[in-house]
Structures are given as C-alpha cells and as structure tokens.
Design a protein around this ligand. Sequence first.
Ligand SMILES: [Zn+2]
Length: 287
Amino acid sequence: MLLKKSLTIGLSGLLVFSLGACSSQNSSSSSSSTSAQPSASVTSSAKKEKSIYQVALLQSLTQGYYDGIIKVSELKQHGDTGIGTFEGVNGEMIVLDGVVYQALSDGSVKVADDNETVPFSNVTFFDSDTSEELSDIADINSLKKKLTEKVEEKGKNLFSMVKMTGEFKKMLVRSELKQEKPYKTLDKALETDQREFTYENIKGTVVALYCPDYMNGLNTSGWHLHFISDDKEKGGHILDLSFEKAKAEYDMVQEFDMKLTDNEDFQKTSLADDVSDAIKKVETSDE
Ligand SMILES: [Zn+2]
C-alpha cells in the first residue's frame, strides 16, 4: 500500500471469471465475497485455493511493459505456488511453498524482497488433485506431451498448476539482465540480455502452468515451466531438461483472476496485437 513508484493505488482493475459449472453466479462486489466451493474441511486461512491469479498479461510483458503492478507481499496473498518475473524483468520468479524466489541473470537465486514489484505472474494456492510418476523424459517437448496427456484426461479447458520433483539429468534454464527504460520488447531484450545455465544431476522442483487454448490473447496456451533447485541456489525459466524419474502433482483450477492497472503506459499498450510469434520466441530455446 505504501509503494508509490508506478503503482496506481485503489484504481487498479480486477477481472475475474469462473470456469466451474457449480460455481456461484452471484457476483457480489464485496472484496471479501466468498465463492461457493463445496464444503471442504474448514481451513483457518481464507485462501482462494481454486483461483489462478494473474498479474497483467504475457502480451503486455512481451511488448515491453515491465513496470511492477503489485508488490511481492501482495502477490503472496493470492498464491503459494507459481511463476513470473520482476520489475524490469529482473530475473525469473519461482513461487514455491509460499516463498517467492528470484533467479537472477548471474545464475544466483535469492528470496525476493517483499517490496520488489511484479509486472507479470501466475500464482495459485496449490492443492494437489492428482499425481503420477513420470520416467525417461528426454527433452522438454516430451515432458510437455506427457503433462498434456494428463491434462486432457482431467480437463483440457481448465488451468493446471503442476509441481514436479525429482533429480534432473539435465536442466537448462535462463534468466535475463534487468532492463532500464525506455524498455525494449522482450524478444529484443533477450537477444542480448538472456543468460543460460546448464546443470547436471540436480535435484529440485519444476513449477509449471498450463493455460487452455483459449488463453492465447491473455497468456499463452500450453506450458510455461520454471525450476528451482532443492538447495534454492539455482533456478530460472526452463528451456530444456531430461530426467529418469520425477513425480508430478497436478492442481486443476476452475477460476481465473486477473490484475490490471490504470497506469498510463499500460493503457497505451495495444493488447489486441498478435504477438504470438514473439511469445514463442521468448518462451523456447530456438535461437
Ligand atoms: Zn518464464
């Protein structure tokens, strides 16, 4: 609440939609509205466990809107697991067990400061719905194919957050140098400022988000994967990986909340522009 820099207080938009047939139709404007979840065992915290919370759009990030929209401390109120980046694309974000990690361009990882701000992120309160053991995965495309099989079985029109733990034979991740204004588009920034790191036989967790096909205008359809090592010293956006065995847990999510901002530069961004080619370029390792 005290952050002034580039943060518009009180006027930021919030877009919410619900994908569950059994969800409440009742759109109470109260910020403390409760969704009509089946009466799961009562938990002490009022967490929105079944929402994917998204800060801005992958399209705004891709077009170079890197100003933080909310603080890390606020993001943590919306989820304990997820991915994203920081103001100025200052490293890759991995959210795991309620801790927000920042994988920097020098290959180091630190716990992000609560006052650090976030231009793009997807988080949820992770709640495993199903899990499976995966084996003999040779590359990232084989993994995406495997994960998609499970998603198609469980509901391809839902969001899915996946946590996958294991020892990885190969883990190729990237991060990037912090950008200064005037910001370049993300593909241009990564042409010179992407840094890649390859690790072998490393234990850790993959945090992956699956967005349904229809999300192409707001995010990207399919998978977006980040990694953090068990010792919390290495991590980043995954470009490739291989492993013999890992356990994947899936959280199928039926609600989507989106945080926008009335920031002038954000309002000037043409968010209907098709930047899918640029998104492909920045998400994958094809150089
Ligand atoms: Zn990423």
